[in-house]
Design a protein around this ligand. Structure first.
Ligand code: AMP
Ligand code: MG
Length: 680
């Protein structure tokens, strides 16, 4: 994608710099032309208006790159304006900022913003002589650490400054405060002809993008002002580049810098609406919820080659065929004597050939029609031999072998390829290797295979009431039981568990945790905070993504399941109660994670057993109860309370009741699913 006109603007947050071109002022350059100096923002705003009008009139497409962040680190816009929309932040700042060539109110606004968030920070660096309440001189003096220090893109842009720093050489904070209102006004003025990358698509006639000139510029020629050189070479570079690839990034609410590569996932990410499911007045049946997950989720993991001996529990990324026949040649299944053709009823006599065939030590010669030869288990059958008589059934008489027939031709011998022939399909892609499968693969000579990379599953507990086992806890606290359980569950399923710790009931802290997690996980399992209460921050957070769905599932235990996509990563919000958390994990997360990991949809193997308990349940929801097996019968845990963790340990699995009404009396058949059937 090429633009007819590329213009790059190096911004400044300060006051009028006078008529003579100087550094750290405003510089602009149109690709192919010379840099232009602007002594203040008012002048460059007018110049841009004129430029855009001319280009629009001429039908030319314009890329306008500005060298300051288009958005603040995640969470700030929402906290300040009530909306995550970065463009709402532009409008909001435009209402507050006063700007004139010789003075502006940026430090006071920053101080007011800090005051709004209750502490000192996030803004810092007062460039004025007078004190500004709530605006510390130094970054280290800040007490508000609610907001991330940097945007995700800045972790890729070496040497970039944070937008909280307002003063000091190179600081960009003032440029953001003073730049966004200008961009807002330009956007208002040129309305639908402007799109702001990467938040808005498709690209209209004028595109605003954030650039970072150091990305494209080398050393400054002698006698040239650095800013002038940078705008010129950036404009030239972008003017000569097909920008399609650079523009093709996912759009975090924090924005992005044009030209900073984004780590691309090996496979297309999930659709943002993959969890959207019509929720009627009724509860969603478990099977509908499962069918939805099954149809929307796809594999997200890459592949790698590994040695067979390390492959237990790994998921095959390709179909696998036998590389060699097994066994490769006919061989003996027993210790005994080999000859040709089997034997009829009655006394048999063969003359014994000298020599023998042992495993790994074949007999080189040919065995004639009336001859027999000593063979051992696993030995290749010598030429002329197709039948073996057990050594226990024979008498050796000098060099004669005697035994009683009948013996079928081929008895006690293994045919070449009787187990596997070359090229025979053994496993399909998606198969999860078990120890026995390693034997099968090794038997046909396969020493290396292509498997799926492990799915990285983040495990996060949420709740102000949670303390960590092994530490002291106040009376109003409970210990975090879910995290050690879910970590181990995820490992038992063969995934990589990434412990994300425990987040308090605090929206912004939770957001930071999930933001950071999304960079290192393929999927996140959270527990707690997933309903719609005041302290259900997980739901509230996901709600802002446009991908959020709360599924009211007709199942006991288990309150709603909260699902969403956070920065392209699926998030499963499990209930907080350990029993409900586990059962929702087994029923919904297990097959979903298996699909994401490349292992296909999995369903637990169910056994039917007579019940040794009584229970009646209503129609309209599925129920799982903790159960174990005694004397071949299923017995149920005394309490169905979903807070009773110990019942999970008492149990060996779950009894599953269907959606219909049921009355179970002792002796009735029930569906028992052992933990092992859930992969535990
Ligand atoms: P919530 O879904 O956050 O309302 O939590 C429901 C119940 O589960 C509350 O009683 C919580 O205290 C409890 N709970 C939440 N998370 C955990 C956890 N990680 N371990 C044990 N109990 C929890
Ligand atoms: Mg909670």
């Amino acid at each position: 994608m090429r633009f007819d006109t590329v213009v790059i603007i190096d911004w400044s947050g300060g006051n009028d710099r006078g008529p003579t071109p100087v550094k750290d002022a405003i510089w602009a350059c149109i690709a192919g032309q010379e840099p232009i100096y602007f002594r203040n923002r008012q002048l460059v705003e007018e110049w841009l208006i004129e430029l855009f009008e001319t280009e629009l009139a001429a039908g030319r497409r314009v890329m306008a790159g500005f060298d300051f962040p288009f958005a603040y680190p995640a969470g700030f816009a929402k906290a300040a304006t009530g909306s995550d929309d970065p463009l709402a932040m532009w409008a909001w700042l435009n209402d507050l900022i006063e700007d004139a060539p010789k003075s502006n109110n940026r430090f006071d606004i920053a101080g007011n913003l800090n005051a709004k968030f209750g502490g000192i920070g996030p803004f810092w660096g007062n460039g004025l002589a007078r004190e500004i309440p709530h605006l510390p001189k130094k970054g280290g003096m800040r007490t508000n650490t609610d907001f991330p220090e940097r945007r995700a893109v800045e972790t890729h842009a070496k040497g970039s400054f944070t937008c909280w720093q307002l003063a000091g050489a190179g600081a960009v904070g003032s440029q953001v405060l003073m730049g966004l209102p200008v961009l807002h006004r330009l956007r208002e003025r040129f309305k639908d002809t402007v799109s702001v990358w990467p938040f808005e698509a498709p690209l209209n006639q004028i595109t605003f993008a954030e650039v970072w000139p150091s990305l494209f510029t080398g050393s400054v020629p002698d006698g040239m002002i650095k800013d002038a050189h940078q705008v010129k070479s950036t404009a030239e570079h972008l003017g000569n580049t097909d920008l399609a690839d650079l523009l093709d990034v996912s759009a975090p609410i924090e924005g992005w810098i044009l030209g900073v590569p984004q780590a691309k996932r090996p496979t297309p990410p999930l659709r943002n609406d993959c969890f959207a499911m019509p929720q009627g007045a009724y509860w969603t049946p478990v099977d509908d919820a499962l069918a939805h997950l099954k149809s929307r989720l796809t594999v997200v993991t890459g592949t790698k080659e590994i040695a067979l001996k390390k492959a237990n529990g790994r998921i095959l990324a390709t179909d696998i065929a036998a590389q060699r026949a097994h066994p490769p040649t006919p061989n003996s299944a027993v210790d005994g004597y080999g000859f040709a053709g089997g034997a009829p009823v009655g006394e048999q006599v063969f003359s014994l050939v000298e020599g023998r065939s042992a495993a790994g030590q074949p007999y080189a010669g040919h065995v004639a029609k009336d001859q027999a030869i000593r063979v051992l288990t696993g030995a290749a059958l010598p030429s002329g031999v197709d039948t073996v008589v057990l050594q226990e059934d024979v008498v050796i008489d000098g060099n004669l072998l005697r035994f009683h027939g009948p013996l079928k031709q081929g008895a006690n011998a293994r045919r070449a390829g009787e187990d596997m022939v070359v090229g025979q399909g053994i496993f399909d892609a998606g198969h999860k290797l078990r120890p026995v499968d390693l034997a099968t693969l090794a038997a046909t000579g396969i020493g290396e295979i292509t498997v799926r990379k492990k799915l990285r599953v983040g495990i996060l507990s949420t709740g102000d009431e949670l303390a960590q086992a092994g530490r002291s806890a106040r009376d109003d606290q409970i210990y975090d039981a879910n995290r050690p359980m879910l970590r181990s569950v995820v490992r038992a399923w063969g995934h990589k568990a990434i412990d994300l710790g425990c987040a308090p009931d605090h929206r912004e802290k939770l957001r930071q945790t999930v933001d950071a997690a999304a960079l290192k996980c393929d999927v996140i399992l959270t527990s707690g905070g997933a309903s719609a209460g005041d302290e259900d921050h997980m739901s509230a957070l996901l709600e802002g993504t446009g991908s959020f769905a709360i599924w009211r599932i007709a199942m006991k235990p288990g309150r709603p399941l909260a699902l969403g996509i956070w920065n392209e990563i699926p998030v499963f919000g499990l209930p907080g109660n350990p029993v409900a958390a586990l059962i929702c994990a087994l029923v919904f997360a297990r097959p979903s994670l298996s699909l994401l990991a490349g292992g296909g949809w999995v369903e637990p193997q169910v056994f039917t057993l007579p019940a040794a308990f009584t229970k009646s349940k209503k129609a309209g929801r599925r129920e799982y109860i903790r159960a174990r097996v005694e004397d071949g019968k299923a017995i149920a845990f005394a309490s169905e309370g979903s807070g009773r963790v110990s019942g999970l340990s008492w149990a060996e699995g779950l009894v599953e009741f269907g959606d219909d009404a049921e009355t179970i009396t002792p002796g009735d058949t029930v569906r028992f699913i052992p933990y092992a059937s859930f992969g535990l």
